[in-house]
Design a binder for this molecule. Structure first.
Ligand SMILES: [Zn+2]
Length: 561
């Protein structure tokens, strides 16, 4: 688990910092509760990016950060930092349903948006799509993972082609791959599939929907891919997005394979093998559609406690401030998606964590508190920050994200999203053990929860980053009470207008969570250590690439941080 290097660095940090300073952090359940109540109130209109709700939220967070004793940590304007970082977002929406059809072995097959296919409005910078007779090629899982010795493309020229791919990663259903079995690596996530398609120079990517490997049904695919699309404004959007990004139903894929003289089962079996090569299909695609695109501006909110000794090195706490805004009414006619739990609870922790660092002894490294925008639109505020970091990624020692915390009181455990192994998690496990809390691993890593909150976009550029979860083993009521709550929350509150503040909520558990997360951040901020990803992690290479900037020796292969 722990290398000698990390233990040695920890011992040094402990020697340099009086023990009393470490236990100074105290958190007020009243303050935590007040933030959740305010941010989740109807006055904040569900905190939609680039709405009146954003204006109110940003004003509240800036005021609270200032009152907590933080300094502004956002964009530099005229030599002074603002509380905010401007986040330009590209918004794209089809003007009416796009017209799509396949020529399958000479037979014209019209496709209906939302039925056989879910076509995403383009975010590659184009104002529409016009594709005529583009050939389809099946590329297995569409994965190129040098560190796992896997390449589905085998160097073939796929420029201008439409790539048909399976969702999840090559060993989800067994086979020769080494992708953590049922657990999903980033190579299994649909966002990766589109990015890899762009790298291959493809005209488009069609991800084949199957319920188990996707972890959700076609209704979810349809609902979240045929409406308004958002992306960060990128310098070179075509480098990340092929012109066409879509999902297709499994039945349509089976039809394509049958017309090409093979079958769905045979193609999947081939895709599970290391020697898989792209298979041209007897089909071409025609597609025409116009899109309305515009750029809107939202904001991340940042406060900082500058480091006493190493101000250019940072530890960052994050929580997304946005929720779904005002939308379709529920059965009671309520149209405001308050997002009190998601993510008023994470924000409350963020503000109070800022206070605890600002009021205590100055840490050696800087500690940054960042409330990010547009998480609900695809982790966009954090992705924009990762692409435009105010504090260099190479010298960011770690990120601690909170997205939904528990309101049923203290637990005997905690969790983090995903099943990645990394030094920052080791630190959290150790600090939790000192407080009598044990680590319960994510029970469903196959659903790709790791890739569904803001720590992930920062992990992608190599920064060790985790999303903390409050745990399920409640001191009062144990796992059964937590499970009953979670079931009700998922069914009746999650992403619904009913995610509203209740005076019955118990914030004493978030107090414990904040104390624990304080201990981890404090330890990292007063350490010379740079915890890393495990050697088999897909994020290790990105971190190792910047080792020299941290003054670290070139990493030895197989060394675990
Ligand atoms: Zn959330």
């Amino acid at each position: 688990m722990k290398t000698f290097r990390l233990l040695a660095a920890t011992a040094l940090a402990l020697a340099a910092v009086p023990l009393a300073a470490q236990s100074a952090a105290t958190f007020s359940p009243q303050r935590l509760s007040q933030h959740v109540q305010t941010l989740g109130s109807d006055a904040f209109e569900g905190r939609g990016p680039a709405t009146n709700g954003e204006t109110k939220t940003i004003a509240y967070l800036s005021e609270q950060f200032a009152a907590a004793g933080l300094q502004p940590g956002g964009d530099m304007v005229d030599g002074k930092r603002l509380w905010t970082q401007a986040v330009p977002l590209l918004k794209s929406e089809w003007q009416g349903a796009p017209q799509a059809s396949l020529d399958i072995a000479g037979k014209a097959t019209p496709l209906t948006q939302g039925a056989e296919i879910a076509l995403r409005a383009p975010v590659n910078g184009d104002k529409g799509l016009s594709i005529d007779g583009a050939p389809l090629v099946f590329v297995g899982y569409g994965v190129k993972a040098p560190e796992r010795n896997w390449d589905d493309f085998k160097g073939e020229d796929l420029r201008g082609k439409i790539l048909v791919m399976l969702v999840n990663d090559p060993d989800f259903e067994g086979g020769e791959g080494n992708f953590g079995g049922k657990a999903m690596t980033y190579y299994g996530r649909w966002t990766y599939k589109y990015e890899e398609g762009a790298r291959q120079g493809a005209k488009g990517v069609l991800v084949i929907h199957e319920t188990d490997p996707a972890s959700y049904g076609w209704a979810t695919v349809k609902n979240s891919n045929t409406n308004v699309m958002f992306d960060i404004v990128r310098k070179d959007p075509a480098a990340e997005h092929p012109p066409l990004e879509a999902w297709i139903q499994r039945d349509l894929a089976a039809q394509l394979f049958a017309a090409s003289g093979t079958s769905f089962e045979a193609m999947k079996a081939a895709a599970k093998r290391k020697d898989f090569r792209p298979v041209p299909l007897k089909a071409t695609l025609d597609l025409h559609g116009a899109a309305n695109t515009e750029v809107i501006t939202s904001h991340n909110v940042l406060g900082i406690v500058p480091g006493a000794k190493y101000p250019d090195e940072t530890v960052i706490y994050t929580a997304h401030w946005d929720h779904l805004g005002i939308g379709q009414p529920d059965a009671k006619g309520d149209r405001i998606y308050n997002g009190a739990i998601d993510n008023g609870t994470g924000l409350a922790q963020l503000i109070e964590q800022g206070r605890s660092f600002a009021k205590g002894q100055r840490p050696q490294r800087s500690v940054v508190f960042m409330a990010v925008t547009a998480e609900e639109k695809g982790l966009l505020g954090s992705e924009y920050y990762a692409a435009n970091p105010i504090y260099p990624a190479a010298k960011t020692a770690g990120v601690i994200n909170t997205d939904v915390l528990g309101v049923l009181g203290p637990t005997r455990d905690f969790t983090v999203r995903g099943n990645q192994k990394f030094g920052l998690l080791d630190m959290l496990v150790e600090e939790a053990a000192k407080r009598g809390r044990r680590y319960t691993p994510d029970p469903h890593p196959e659903t790709g929860g790791f890739f569904r909150s803001d720590h992930f976009t920062l992990a992608k550029v190599g920064i060790p980053a985790l999303s903390f979860g409050s745990g399920q083993d409640l001191v009062t009521g144990g796992v059964p009470r937590a499970e009953a709550w979670a079931k009700n929350y998922t069914t009746n509150m999650y992403h619904q207008p009913a995610d509203e503040y209740s005076p019955a909520w118990d914030f004493s558990g978030i107090v414990k969570d904040a104390e624990l997360l304080h201990a981890v951040g404090w330890r990292l901020a007063n350490s010379r250590d740079w915890p890393n990803w495990s050697s088999d992690s897909e994020f290790r290479a990105a971190r190792d690439a910047s080792a020299a900037e941290r003054g670290e020796a070139a990493p030895k292969k197989g060394e675990r941080g």
